[in-house]
Structures are given as structure tokens and as C-alpha cells.
Design a protein around this ligand. Structure first.
Ligand SMILES: Nc1ncnc2c1ncn2[C@@H]1O[C@H](COP(=O)(O)OP(=O)(O)O)[C@@H](O)[C@H]1O
Ligand SMILES: [Mg+2]
Length: 270
């Protein structure tokens, strides 16, 4: 009997090998880009933290001086309470930063999205307030997701900074966390701003690397590279999740990310 083997089609076109090599090079460059973006995020974090600490120290020093100058009990008690509040805040911030520094592992683990959002908002609190942005938190209970906390934190920071930059007059920002309506296996985070919005024809481009409508980094050194959303997409897809955008010019923009719920040990066994 004659057996016909299906021989895979080999291309003789030298351009095919060249294209394959270029694709591989792009993939490697994208990996390097993700890594350098992650370092930039660490730098930004260090800047924000130093700024926060400076403010907390100024406050503490001023209230300590006030307590020394004024000897009545009422003023001293007020001074002590202010110093205690400021020190507690400093401890909280340093707790978040240390947590992030410890958690630079590449793998994914069971992660509490609510805590992650609270941490990110704590770190960006002052910056958002400076640009007169108020954050409405609508955080529902969800199950833990399977995620690399650092990478998801980077995604959230990128989306929040974009939202802040799209709201030049300040305004409202809604941060929502909820179980995904149409799939019980996912949790959903929505970051919604009421800023300038994105024209329809630009929507398909915003996730492309180097696509930016900004003139360059702003006075805090953020934005303008066109790499933020490309990185967000890459990270979310690497988590087997989804990212989508809805926007209307003059009305604002909502980014939604979905991440898979982590299976419990029991579910894994089944
Ligand atoms: N929340 C938003 N509102 C309006 N436009 C946005 C928003 N987020 C992103 N964009 C648009 O998408 C572009 C790409 O965003 P991004 O990849 O983060 O790059 P960059 O912030 O460096 O410009 C931005 O330049 C902006 O035009
Ligand atoms: Mg950006």
C-alpha cells in the first residue's frame, strides 16, 4: 500500500527566515521593555514615597514645635494626636512599599485585589489630591485572583495616572471591584474617569507600543512614552485575563480588567 506522507511545506524564500528572526528579536525587545518599565515603576514609587515622607516629617516637626511652645494640655494633646496620625500613616506607607519590595518574584500567587487597590490608592492619594481628583471607591468582596501582585499594581498605577492626566480640571474618578457578572471565574476592576475621553478613531491604537497623544512626560515625569497601555495589555493577557476600554469624547473613559479567580487547593484536586 502506498502511504502518502504529508511533508511540511518548507519555504525557500530567504525572507521568511529573516521575518522569523525579526519576530524573535521583537519578542526579546518586548521582554526587555517590560523589565525596564517595571524598573521605571519602582523609580516612580520611590519618588512618591520620598515625597510623602517629606510631607509627613514636616507635619510632625511642626506639631512637635507647637507642643513644646504651648504648654496648655489641650494644645499638647492636639499636637500628640497629629503626630500619632502622621506616624501611623508613615508606617502604613512603608508597610506597602516593603511589601512590594519583598514581592519582586516573577511568579503568580493567590492575591487579594481589594488590598492591592487600597495599597495603590494609598500611594497615589497625595498626587491625585494635588490634581484635585477625588476617588470614589466601590470595592465589593471578591475571591482571591491568581496574579503577580507587582505587575497588577503596575497596571493599576498606569491606568490611574492616565485617568488623572485625562482630567486636567480635576474631577471624579470611580474605582470599582466586583465579581464578574457574566463569568463566575473572574474578578473585575473598573477604573472610570470623567475626563477628556478618546475619539472613536483613536481607540484601536491606544494599546499599540509608542502610541501617545501626549507631548512628553508631565511635570511629575509621567506619561508620554506610549508604553503604558501596551504594557498593561501584555501583563493582563499574560495572566489569561482581559482588558477593555469604553470611552466618549467629553464624557470620559472606563478601563475594565478581568482576572481569573485562583482555584483553592480543594478545587485543584477535583
Ligand atoms: N483615561 C484616558 N483618557 C483619555 N485618553 C487616554 C486615557 N488613557 C489612555 N489614553 C490615550 O491613550 C494613549 C496611550 O496611553 P499610554 O499607553 O498610557 O501612553 P502615554 O500615557 O505615555 O501617552 C494616551 O496618550 C492617550 O491619548
Ligand atoms: Mg500612560
Amino acid at each position: 500500500m502506498l502511504v502518502k506522507w504529508k511533508v511540511p511545506k518548507m519555504s525557500n524564500d530567504p525572507r521568511d527566515a529573516e521575518i522569523a528572526e525579526l519576530k524573535e528579536r521583537i519578542r526579546r525587545l518586548e521582554d526587555m521593555l517590560t523589565e525596564s518599565q517595571s524598573l521605571i515603576a519602582v523609580g516612580e514609587l520611590a519618588g512618591t514615597t520620598a515625597h510623602e515622607f517629606n510631607n509627613i516629617l514636616t507635619l510632625t516637626i511642626n506639631y512637635a514645635k507647637m507642643g513644646l511652645r504651648r504648654t496648655d494640655n489641650e494644645t499638647r494633646e492636639k499636637a500628640f494626636n497629629k503626630i500619632l496620625d502622621a506616624s501611623n500613616k508613615a508606617a502604613k506607607i512603608i508597610g506597602v512599599v516593603l511589601g512590594l519590595a519583598r514581592n519582586r518574584k516573577p511568579g503568580k500567587e493567590r492575591t487579594d485585589l481589594c488590598k492591592l487597590l487600597e495599597d495603590v490608592l494609598l500611594l497615589l492619594e497625595r498626587e491625585l489630591a494635588k490634581y484635585r481628583i477625588t476617588v470614589e471607591r466601590k470595592l465589593e468582596d471578591t475571591q482571591l485572583v491568581l496574579a503577580n501582585g507587582n505587575q497588577i499594581q503596575q497596571v493599576l498605577v498606569n491606568l490611574l495616572i492616565n485617568a488623572r492626566q485625562a482630567s486636567p480640571k480635576g474631577g471624579r474618578l470611580v474605582v470599582r471591584l466586583r465579581p464578574c457578572k457574566d463569568s463566575p471565574h473572574y474578578a473585575e476592576v473598573v477604573i472610570r474617569d470623567y475626563g477628556v475621553g478618546i475619539p472613536k478613531e483613536k481607540l484601536p491604537k491606544i494599546f499599540d507600543s509608542f502610541y501617545s497623544t501626549k507631548q512628553g512626560p508631565d511635570e511629575t515625569g509621567k506619561g508620554g512614552s506610549g508604553l503604558g497601555l501596551a504594557l498593561c495589555k501584555r501583563i493582563i493577557e499574560e495572566h489569561s485575563g482581559k482588558i477593555k476600554v469604553e470611552s466618549a469624547v467629553g464624557k470620559g473613559t472606563a478601563f475594565t480588567i478581568r482576572l481569573p479567580i485562583a482555584q483553592t487547593e480543594k478545587e485543584k484536586e477535583q
